[in-house]
Design a protein around this ligand. Structure first.
Ligand code: SAJ
Length: 436
């Protein structure tokens, strides 16, 4: 029996053993989704604490229901391990590892590289491999394929199939989860595409096929670059509107009345998260290899990186109007998560603003209902304060940096001497409220 027929039969009989490498905000929800369809899933992660939590049914990802993880683990559909040699038992492997930038803001491919080496060294014939991590176009064919063939001595297309299918996790999104978010898939061979489609359709309703991994890689980078450029645009326009005494929030609401050709993006203190502010620089990197200068991404990145500084100026200006210097003033930040209603502060713009205020002598504190403690890039550690009248009144300036749904704008305004609202939480501000 051919490798292709063998794996398709296993899929048809629900006997596929699926490996998921990387049990983070992408990998663990994906593993649970497949396990909920009664597929055996083996989760791989280098972190022993994560592996132990999964095997104990202890959820650590906000987008997963605790009971869902407990259920698939207790029924034996999902188990986790740090032993990458057991990859050799897997019929299919989905790679969900980080793709950060290094300190020179260049793609850090070390996570993908080590995953490919581990998979290559433990690859059995007839295995389907798909990268889910956001990366630059050509990664699958030009970066991953040589490593896997070198380490395994096997041949893509004959002994294994290689594909790219970008993750589309939107942390905190209650409407779109793994199962009902369409999945794009591109494979190096037609057989790989057919096998990949059959695998993904075991847990995902809609799989959209494209002609190559390179197209699929570009799809994802387009999605995130589109957000970076548009959010940076509205941030820059917000800075101009502020100088012109124009309420940018009113402008956006009015522009939204246009029933076509306009999607609203909202200004903020900067662009956080581990995707939007970083992924587009993967595209900028590969464009240079094709002697092409992606000026839009470069400019958008520059605007975004400057936003925290402009926000500090806004805070200092507001204090100044109340005859206060930053130095010695108590500044309370509301919300340090990088976006509303989640517990993740990675790349959050709130942190550099807090560092700058502290560096200028401000006495910094914060409240975030989702994040009990943080340490900033400058090594400043804080614990989240209780949000009550006393906490608000004791601050010389309250800065709203994340618009968590639980924040009550009227309550904040009523009990604060001065508010700098960077997220339009307070809709009708009075004289003591300064808005972005
Ligand atoms: N932001 C604004 N103004 C906006 C929208 C967002 O300032 O109008 C800020 C947010 O506060 C946040 C950052 O930009 O700091 C990123 O926001 P995001 O909504 O793009 O959130 P992410 O990075 O968690 O999720 C995105 C996904 N978001 C959506 O589709 C809505 C999606 O682009 C990707 O699936 C995901 O990143 C990813 O993993 O690539």
């Amino acid at each position: 029996m051919s490798n292709k027929k063998s794996i398709l039969d296993k899929i048809a009989r629900n006997e596929l053993l699926l490996g998921v490498v990387g049990l983070g905000y992408v990998g663990l929800p994906l593993a649970v989704s497949f396990a909920q369809e009664k597929n055996k899933v083996l989760g791989f992660d280098k972190s022993e604490p994560k592996v132990n939590k999964v095997n104990a049914g202890q959820n650590y990802i906000g987008d997963i229901e605790d009971e869902d993880l407990k259920d698939v683990v207790s029924k034996g559909y999902l188990t986790a391990t740090t032993d990458f040699s057991t990859l050799k038992a897997c019929d299919a492997v989905l790679i969900c590892v980080p793709t950060p930038l290094d300190r020179f803001r260049k793609p850090d491919m070390t996570y993908i590289e080590s995953a490919c080496i581990a998979i290559g060294q433990n690859l059995k014939k007839g295995t389907f491999i798909s990268l889910e991590s956001t990366t630059y176009p050509t990664t699958t064919k030009d970066f991953m394929l040589p490593i896997i063939e070198r380490e395994s001595g096997l041949k893509q297309g004959e002994d294994f199939w290689l594909a790219f299918s970008p993750e589309r996790v939107d942390p905190g999104n209650r409407d779109y989860k793994t199962k009902n978010t369409p999945k794009v898939l591109g494979a190096l061979t037609q057989d790989g595409l057919e096998i990949g489609e059959a695998i993904y359709k075991m847990a995902i309703e809609n799989v959209h096929l494209v002609s190559s991994p390179r197209v699929a890689e570009m799809v994802k980078i387009l999605e995130n670059t589109y957000r970076l450029v548009n959010i940076s645009l509205i941030n820059e326009l917000a800075l101009l509107a502020g100088k012109m005494d124009i309420n940018i929030w009113e402008v956006i609401e009015a522009a939204k009345t246009k029933p076509f050709g306009f999607q609203a993006f909202y200004p903020g203190p900067g662009i956080g998260g581990h995707c939007i502010p970083l992924d587009p620089f993967y595209l900028e990197h590969i464009a240079k290899k094709f002697d092409f200068d992606l000026s839009m991404i470069h400019t958008a990145g520059h605007i975004n990186m400057r936003m925290p500084h402009y926000m500090y100026i806004k805070i200092a200006t507001a204090l100044n109007r109340h005859k206060k210097a930053v130095n010695g003033s108590k500044v309370l930040f509301l919300g340090v998560a990088y976006k509303p209603n989640i517990d993740d502060e990675r790349e959050s713009p709130a942190l550099p603003i807090m560092d700058t205020v502290a560096k200028k002598g401000g006495v910094v504190s914060y409240h975030d209902p989702y994040i009990p403690e943080i340490t900033t890039e400058n090594g400043n550690s804080f614990k989240s304060l209780k949000l009550d009248k006393e906490t608000l009144m004791s601050a010389d300036c309250v800065v709203i940096t994340t618009n968590h749904s639980v924040f009550d704008g009227a309550f904040i305004e009523e009990h604060s001497k001065l508010v700098v609202d960077l997220r339009n939480v307070i809709k009708e501000g009075s004289d003591n409220v300064y808005k972005l």
